[in-house]
Design a protein around this ligand. Structure first.
Ligand code: GUN
Length: 289
């Protein structure tokens, strides 16, 4: 068997082209530009690249992004004050705080401070709670991007044995909730899981979000499985690596996402959609939330 490669880059481009038109229609009706505040603290090179990509993607779709590039010395109080200010600003519809934050700042406290209606990352407890209740508003971008990729491929998720590896608030937990909402049977694995191999051998759908190349052996993958690799690790040589060894997984899986060019471009695209949704909500042009 040779897996079909799921091309996230092409789907992301298609959705962004449609989104650009939707943004133009929206502006004619609402008379304002959907606007995203992007906060970056410090100079972590990976975060700088992610933020640059997000800002570029906004510009390409006609979404205004407002940059808040703050020094590493920014205090928790200063960041809370900035978020307060953005929450009260009617010209800002979405606020994103790039993670990880410096150790001196309590990430949970910061994420909870963002107005849930402007929480375009979907990390606020209210938005995660709505997702857990099966009535999502702003959904975490990476898991939602995975769902959209699978839908585009025409893959039915109802009743599938789905195994998610990794329990982060950004990917693993909301991914499990998304899959539960479409009635997959979900197993969530993590660093204390006794037999990762056994769980993965049962998986019709495997989503790996550990960020540890080699954590999953291709021999564990069930023949004909759908394999989604969310892990992105930069090697010493500067190349990007997923959690799964691509060439060997391709011999077992029916579908496989590449790294890069799989889930990554969809994450940014869902951020753009969320920003438009937040702006639509602000203009009273949607009934969600
Ligand atoms: N850091 C890594 N992934 C993400 C993400 O999806 N959103 C934010 N804000 N920070 C991240």
């Amino acid at each position: 068997m040779t897996a079909k490669i799921i091309d996230g880059k092409t789907l992301a481009q298609k959705i962004r082209a449609e989104l650009k038109e939707t943004v133009q229609h929206f502006m004619k009706k609402a008379h304002f530009v959907p606007s995203l505040a992007v906060i970056l603290i410090g100079e972590d090179p990976a975060s700088q690249v992610y933020v640059k990509n997000k800002r570029r993607a906004c510009a390409a779709c006609g979404i205004r992004s407002v940059a808040y590039d703050l020094p590493l010395s920014t205090s928790q109080t200063q960041l809370l004050e900035l978020i307060d200010q953005l929450n009260a600003d009617p010209t800002i519809h979405g606020t994103l705080v790039q993670l990880p934050l410096p150790k001196s700042i309590d990430t949970a406290l910061i994420l909870e401070k963002i107005d849930p209606k402007k929480d375009v990352d979907g990390f606020h407890p209210l938005n995660l709670g709505l997702l857990a209740q099966g009535r999502p508003f702003l959904r975490p971008c990476t898991p939602y991007g995975v769902i959209r990729l699978l839908a585009q491929e025409g893959i039915a998720l109802r009743g599938l044995e789905a195994v998610v590896v990794g329990t982060s608030t950004i990917v693993g937990k909301p991914m499990a909730l998304e899959l539960l909402n479409v009635k997959s049977t979900v197993t969530l694995c993590h660093s204390a899981t006794r037999s990762l191999a056994e769980a993965i051998q049962r998986a019709d759908l495997l989503v790996s979000a550990m960020g540890q190349p080699g954590i999953i052996q291709s021999a564990w993958i069930k023949k004909g499985a759908i394999v989604i690799d969310v892990g992105i690790t930069r090697s010493a040589q500067g190349t990007l690596q997923g959690d799964i060894e691509f060439a060997t997984a391709q011999q077992r899986a029916a579908y496989l996402t590449p790294v890069p060019g799989g889930v990554g471009p969809m994450t940014v695209t869902m951020l753009l959609e969320n920003t438009l949704l937040a702006a639509q909500h602000c203009a009273g042009l949607t009934s969600s939330g």
